[in-house]
Write a protein that binds this ligand. Structure first.
Ligand code: ZN
Length: 439
C-alpha cells in the first residue's frame, strides 16, 4: 500500500515536473541592437532556445516576429527604447503579447528590406541567441560604387533610396567582375578622385582596411576592460586618414562602426572594391599576460609556422561563431563561396607586404618574433589580393593594453603600417596586379 502510494506520488511528481518545465516561460536576458549602414542587427539572448516565426508585411513595410513560450519581461519591453532614431532601416519596434504564451515583435521599417531571422547555439560568453538582421533592399556597397561611377545620376548619401537605379552596365547590386579592372574603371571612394588622378597620372591604389571583430563579436578583452573591437577600429580609422592623405592612395574600411561582419564578408568586400591590398588589424590576447610585441601574419595553406600563429588563427576563425552567422541565409550580399584557386602567387606578395610592415613596426614596438608568421586565417583568403593580418600588440599584456588605448600610440602604429605599405609598393609596382576570372 505504502509502496503504491510512493509510486503514485513519484508519477505525479514526474508528470507535474514535466508539465511545469514545459510551461515555464523563457526569459529574454539580454537585448542588443547594432545599427549600421550595412545592416541593422537585433539580438535576443536567453538561457534556453526560443521557438520563433517571422512574417514580412508590406504597406507599410514591417516584420512580425512571434516568440513562443516567452515571458514579456523588462528586457523585451525595453527593446523599443534601444532603437536609435537614426537607425538606417528600423523605424521602431513594438512588443506585446499576441497570445497568452506568444510574444509578438513588430519591427516597423523605414524602407523595403531583406530580413534574415535565425537562431544561434551558445558560443563564447553567449547563451542561446535569436538574431534578426535587417539588410537594405540593395547592397549599400554596390550602391556607393555605382554612385561614384555615375555621380550625375545619383547624388546623396548612398543609401538604397539614392542609388537604386541600374548602372549603364546593367549591374543591379551584383558583383563587379574583375575583368573590368582597368585604370579608368578602378573605383575610388573619394569625391575628389579626379584631382588625385590628374596630379599623379597613376591609378588610385585601393587599400582595404579591416578593423578586426565588431558588434556582437568584441574580440579579445584586456585586464583594464578594453575591447579589441574598439581599438582595432580606432587604429583602422587613423590608418584610413593617413592613406587618404597620400596621392594616388585611398583607404576603404570594411566596417566604419561597431557592428559585426563575417570573415568571408570582409574578403568579399575587399574583392568587390577591387582592392590592391587588404590589411586586417587586431590586438589579440594570449593565455599568458607576459606575451608581448607586434606580429604580422600571412595566409598559410599548409599549417602554421608556430604554436602562437596556430593559436591566434584558431581564435580569429572563431569570430563567426561569436559574431553570429546564419548557416542558411547569411548576408544576402556577402554569401559567396571563395574561389578555389591557387593562392601561391598572392601569398608570396602577402609575405613581401608583411615583411615590409613588420620592419616598420619593429621601429616602434618590440616584435613578438623577428619574422613574418603564417597560419590559416580565414580573413586572408582572397585569392587575388595580397592580404596581411597585423597583431599590433597584445591586449592581454597590461602595459601593451595601456599603449593600445593611447591615441598617440595608435597614430604611431598607423604610421608604421602605412610606411610598410609604401615600401612594398616601391619594390612591387601595382601594375602587375593579377586578374582572376570569376567562375
Ligand atoms: Zn583579433
Amino acid at each position: 500500500m505504502f509502496e503504491r502510494f510512493l509510486k503514485l506520488s513519484l508519477l505525479v511528481c514526474l508528470l507535474g515536473g514535466a508539465l511545469l518545465a514545459e510551461a515555464a516561460p523563457i526569459t529574454v536576458t539580454s537585448a542588443r541592437v547594432w545599427p549600421s549602414n550595412d545592416y541593422t542587427r537585433i539580438t535576443l539572448e536567453s538561457a534556453q532556445p526560443i521557438k520563433h516565426t517571422m512574417m514580412t508585411l508590406k504597406d507599410p513595410d514591417r516584420l512580425v516576429l512571434d516568440l513562443e513560450n516567452v515571458d514579456l519581461g523588462a528586457t523585451l519591453k525595453s527593446l523599443s527604447d534601444k532603437i536609435s532614431i537614426n537607425d538606417p532601416y528600423i523605424k521602431q519596434v513594438r512588443v506585446a503579447y499576441f497570445k497568452p504564451d506568444v510574444v509578438r515583435l513588430v519591427v516597423d521599417l523605414k524602407t523595403e528590406a531583406k530580413p534574415s531571422f535565425f537562431s544561434l547555439q551558445p558560443a563564447g560568453e553567449y547563451k542561446y541567441r535569436l538574431v534578426l538582421d535587417v539588410y537594405p533592399a540593395q547592397d549599400p556597397l554596390m550602391a556607393a560604387l555605382q554612385e561614384r561611377e555615375n555621380p550625375q545620376e545619383n547624388s546623396g548619401t548612398g543609401t538604397s533610396e539614392t542609388a537604386s537605379t541600374e548602372s549603364a552596365t546593367g549591374e543591379s547590386g551584383g558583383y563587379v567582375p574583375p575583368e573590368k579592372t582597368t585604370e579608368s574603371a578602378k573605383p575610388d571612394v573619394s569625391p575628389d578622385n579626379t584631382k588625385k588622378t590628374a596630379t599623379g597620372g597613376q591609378r588610385t591604389l585601393i587599400i582595404a582596411i579591416d578593423a578586426g571583430h565588431g558588434g556582437e563579436d568584441p574580440g579579445a578583452r584586456g585586464a583594464r576592460g578594453s575591447h579589441e573591437k574598439n581599438i582595432t577600429l580606432a587604429i583602422a580609422k587613423k590608418l584610413k586618414a593617413k592613406i587618404d592623405a597620400e596621392p594616388n592612395m585611398r583607404g576603404v574600411l570594411t566596417r566604419d562602426g561597431d557592428y559585426f561582419i563575417p570573415l568571408n564578408g570582409r574578403v568579399v568586400k575587399a574583392r568587390k572594391l577591387q582592392a590592391d591590398l587588404f590589411v586586417s588589424i587586431h590586438a589579440d590576447a594570449f593565455v599568458s599576460p607576459s606575451a608581448r610585441g607586434s606580429s604580422v601574419f600571412a595566409l598559410s595553406e599548409r599549417g602554421a609556422t608556430s604554436a602562437m600563429a596556430r593559436y591566434l588563427a584558431k581564435q580569429e576563425n572563431e569570430s563567426d561563431l561569436i559574431g553570429g552567422v546564419s548557416l542558411d541565409t547569411k548576408d544576402p550580399y556577402l554569401a559567396r563561396t571563395l574561389l578555389d584557386l591557387s593562392q601561391t602567387a598572392t601569398i608570396n606578395d602577402s609575405l613581401k607586404l608583411a615583411k615590409a610592415v613588420l620592419g616598420r613596426l619593429g621601429e616602434i614596438n618590440t616584435l613578438h618574433k623577428g619574422s613574418v608568421e603564417q597560419a590559416g586565417f580565414a580573413v586572408l583568403k582572397s585569392p587575388d589580393i595580397p592580404s596581411i593580418l597585423v597583431e599590433t600588440a597584445f591586449i592581454s599584456n597590461p602595459e601593451e593594453e595601456r599603449r593600445l588605448n593611447d591615441a598617440a600610440y595608435q597614430n604611431k602604429l598607423a604610421d608604421a603600417i602605412l610606411a610598410g605599405i609604401k615600401r612594398y609598393f616601391t619594390s612591387n609596382p601595382p601594375l602587375a596586379k593579377s586578374k582572376v576570372v570569376e567562375r
